[in-house]
Design a binder for this molecule. Structure first.
Ligand SMILES: Nc1ncnc2c1ncn2[C@@H]1O[C@H](COP(=O)(O)OP(=O)(O)OP(=O)(O)O)[C@@H](O)[C@H]1O
Ligand SMILES: [Mg+2]
Length: 398
């Protein structure tokens, strides 16, 4: 392999810029080939077995109701099997809510008096699967019939990228959560929220400019600019809250003002933890710092609205003995705060991630069935457990 000569003193900055330009160009080429921009991204259709799993209807009931003409007629594939769009699945839910026995159960979202649930996916360890978890949960809940808003609170904007955007091009100047949070002439949150190709799922994008929020908040605190960072996201969310059941916030791997703004607007926290010694040690530090900061803030800003704190064991490899031991250790200490179902490490997630897809977007016929089934069981299992926690926050048992 060719080796660069030692650079002349002072020339590294130029090299960094040159690398950035080359990478950006190569990425553009890669994305043009392998990846659909948001405007072209579409959501695949779903098979009857998936519809049954998502709605709680039995397959036979689904068939009968079609024969009786209760449900909208949908596309069929070459073998005559029905294929449903996410919007059609939602229509079926509404028909069931009107006509089914125990119809209400088909609509899992908020009812009169239920508060908006805002869940931050957080940890300051980089790469602990926060963004992967946030997008999978957001999509799973949208498919389950909740109205979901996903907020990207990370200037790296990985969540925004997963939706098919090129944040460094499309959101370099404006159009992100930063615009709604900034101290100088903020815009209403609704102005930066985008509908997505995913039914029931809206996105509030991020971009690099969001990193300005850290320095601007430090300045605003000194000059007592109102409202303070402790309230800014909650106030912004108030304007749109009636349109959603759930908000999922993808936090950056730091514990700065951006993360704190997300935490203080939340009603629940989900902490990803990879069961390795270094990750657990890092998380312990995170918890200690977060606890201390929040206690101090509570003295001036009042108590948080947190109803739950859950830990999700992430990128788990059950055959890795040290990992299994560390997972057991976590459970022995954190008890039922740890979700029973871990999120497994899977090539389905890492492969799909290369083309900005989730396991819900993958066409099941394009993936090894066993691989997909295994990871779906894991991610759905964790999502379902958290869904029960959300329902419990609304006073319902599922
Ligand atoms: N369960 C999994 N199986 C396989 N790969 C995974 C899994 N979870 C995450 N990854 C991969 O690991 C990488 C990091 O994941 P992700 O971006 O979700 O972490 P993160 O905590 O959001 O990182 P950051 O701290 O930088 O925001 C990604 O390439 C992702 O595809
Ligand atoms: Mg991330």
């Amino acid at each position: 392999m060719a080796r660069a000569d030692f650079p002349a003193p002072g020339s590294i900055a130029g090299t960094i810029s040159a690398n950035a330009a080359r990478l950006s160009e190569a990425l553009n080429a890669h994305m043009r080939n392998s990846f659909q921009p948001e405007s072209r991204k579409t959501l695949r259709k779903f098979h009857p077995a998936e519809v049954a799993e998502l709605t709680g209807l039995s397959m036979s009931n689904l068939r009968t109701r079609h024969q009786e003409g209760d449900f909208p007629e949908v596309e069929t594939d070459s073998r005559g099997r029905r294929l449903y769009s996410a919007a059609e699945i939602d229509q079926i839910r509404h028909v069931m809510a009107r006509t089914g026995r125990n119809g209400e159960a088909y609509l899992p979202g908020r009812r009169a008096g239920d508060g908006l649930q805002v869940i931050s996916v957080v940890n300051f360890k980089g790469g602990s699967s926060k963004t992967t978890t946030a997008i999978h949960l957001a999509q799973r809940y949208a498919l389950r019939g909740y109205r979901v808003l996903a907020i990207d609170m990370d200037p790296q904007a990985s969540l925004t990228t997963m939706f098919g955007y090129r944040p460094e091009i499309e959101f370099a100047e404006t159009g992100t959560i930063y615009d709604a949070l900034r101290y100088d002439d903020p815009v209403p949150l609704a102005q930066v929220i985008r509908k997505t190709y995913f039914h029931n799922l809206d996105l509030c994008p991020a971009g690099l400019l969001l990193s300005e929020y850290e320095t601007e908040t430090a300045y605003a605190l000194q000059h007592r600019v109102e409202p303070p960072f402790t309230q800014r996201l909650a106030i912004a969310l108030d304007e749109v809250e009636a349109q959603y059941d759930l908000v999922l916030i993808d936090c950056p791997p730091q514990l700065g003002f951006t993360t704190m703004s997300a935490l203080l607007a939340s009603t629940g926290l989900l902490i990803n933890v990879v069961p390795s010694m270094l990750d657990v040690a890092s998380m312990a530090q995170f918890l200690e710092m977060a606890g201390e900061i929040v206690r101090t803030l509570e003295e001036s800003a009042g108590p948080t609205d947190w109803r739950f704190l859950k830990f999700l064991i992430s990128r788990y490899e059950p055959t890795d003995v040290p990992q299994a031991q560390m997972a057991g250790f976590l459970r022995s200490i954190l008890l039922d705060q740890v979700l029973m179902t871990p999120m497994l490490k899977s090539t389905a997630i890492s492969d799909a991630g290369m083309t900005q897809q989730t396991i819900y977007e993958l066409d099941p016929t394009h993936v090894v069935r066993k691989t997909l089934e295994r990871i779906l069981e894991s991610v759905n299992g964790a999502a379902d457990e958290l869904e029960a926690v959300i329902q419990a926050a609304w006073g319902r048992n599922v």
